[in-house]
Design a binder for this molecule. Sequence first.
Ligand code: ADP
Ligand code: ASP
Ligand code: MG
Length: 652
Amino acid sequence: MEVLKFGGTSLANATAISRVLDIVDAARGRGKVVLVCSAVSGCTDALIAMAALPPSEREKAGKALLDRHNCIVGRLFTGKERKDVCQVVLDTYRDLMEADPEDYQSFGELFSTRIIAAKLRCDGINALWLDSRDLIRIDGGAVDRQNSYKRIAKAVADHPEVEVFVVPGFIGSDSGGRVRTLGRGGSDQTASLFAAALRADDLQIWTDVPGIMTTNPKDVRSARTIPQISYDAAFMLAANGAKVLYAPAVEPAREAGLNIRILDTFHPGLPGTVVGPFPRRERGNWVGIAWKEYPDDSKLCLVADGPVDPSAVPELRSRLERANIIARSIETEGDDHIMVSLEHGDELEALRTCHYICFETDDSVDVYLAGEGKVGRALLDIIGRTDNRINVRLVARHEAEDEAFFREMFATASGKSVFVDCTDSETIYKWYVPVLEAGINVVSSNRRALSVPYAEFARMKRTARRMRRFLRYETTVGAALPILDSINMSANSADEILSIEAVVSCTLNYILTSGLPFAEALMKAQEIGLTEKDPSMDLGGKDAVRKLLILAREAGIPLEESDVVIEPVDGSQVQPGQRFVASIEKDSSAPKGYRAAIRLRAVSPDDPAWNVRGTDNMISIRSAFHPSPLIIQGAGEGARMAASSVLNDILR
Ligand code: ADP
Ligand code: ASP
Ligand code: MG
């Protein structure tokens, strides 16, 4: 059982709701789902405002909300279903207009969840709408947890056939049957209560940011996602103004021993934040900064994951003074957080200064990732698990050429930032030069981007040099094998490359060494995902040419595709003992001083290519200084390996 909660920003319109349904669909593949939803964005505010209007003006405000929901229904449904769901919305609207204005604010979640439950059912999913007002008991402003847990557990146990329970967040009722709310932002708490009551396997809070960040990214653009945070620190940030998580949502999860995962609806591949039982450190590091406005002042709260060094207070004071900000007071509270009281109006300047002091002087790297295919996903996974130095800022999924992605990167990146291209786009390379010119490093696993016409390639290299930024693409040939680096070493040391021979097509290598008949082996290679999307790319040597161009250019040879003699593989002529070899050989009579070819070649047992099996790659480099060749051989395929090579390019 997984509990997924989506906030209002994730439900702003029909497009956003469709995105939510995709995420729910993926969760459904793993088991039962409880789907907790907020009101669509802005709806609760509108309802509260409506209650404050003179009675004669309420109908107009109510109609506007009715229209907004009908518009969503119009986009999500057609035909008879559209009519039925419009009726449900109309009934909810009528209940609203008859309700006590004090209760208006409870209607946003009723609208949104009734529409979503209907949509799931319309898609053939066994979904059931549960009325949280009957399940969550709120007396004297506090949740009666034991009572609520019993009701929730029963409601779910009564319907073993249901796949997705759809639950309005935010609302409950008191023992007199009067509707009550959990307070603004309370849907997070609804989710936490359901997860605890049902001993869920996972509690996910989906929102419009990549997780709990070092501060609100709307206030400080360079805010970073916090990969892991303790319940205490998350509570402290939430209680002091970080509304990404509603503070009262922490306790039910902590008591039930559940982690809370904060995830980004708009970038579902990002690792997000895990709130869990992470121990305090002996000496605290800064975790995040929140702020909140009070009638008399604004208070920043700097939160650490252990005791704060006593020198932090005077240092903070003097740094703020240097920025012309006079704090009213700076005090350590408990031993793991500092409260800074400020005049109204000073808070943003102070926040930026404090954020800089706490988070922007370390050795971490911001990564902007394009492409969430196999390699991109593996990279996110590795980063999420292992490296706190890397902060993934933005991910473009398919829209590799998405202007907005690049514009936002230009606006937020620093000189240490890295743009990572894990797409297989033919055209994204056009961004490399502007990215480098913006002072951002580039790491690429996209071989199409590096095998563009030589003039374009040379321009990228020149720009990187001029801007003193790196452009690394080791992954494009032989995944994690250190091939390009080795060639580079020869080229940089005034050595002269005499020849390069490479067995770099995993597909063909697999086919040629599988021992199976050609057609059968090809099918198998396709099955296990070795081939390019279009296998003729492999057989025609197209993919091998790209690798060869990259190899040659790394050796300083300005090779173009038209310089390479390619003999495509004809399945009927394949002989045992052959390998598909890409080669460059020095030849002073050739136009560029080298001959390049890609062809099937018979190899003998003493040839280094003989031993290359399956998805291994092999490259042999002969140079003037090293007449006996340098041979690099090893696994040349696999998303995880490619991702680890990308990571190495980012960090080395
Ligand atoms: P939802 O509608 O999903 O419940 P909220 O608006 O309640 O979303 O919370 C998400 C917002 O919280 C973000 O858009 C962001 O502006 C704000 N926020 C404040 N502090 C932080 C923080 N430390 N990390 C991330 N987001 C924060
Ligand atoms: N809809 C409610 C609010 O806007 C509850 C929530 O979104 O969590 O506060
Ligand atoms: Mg919220």
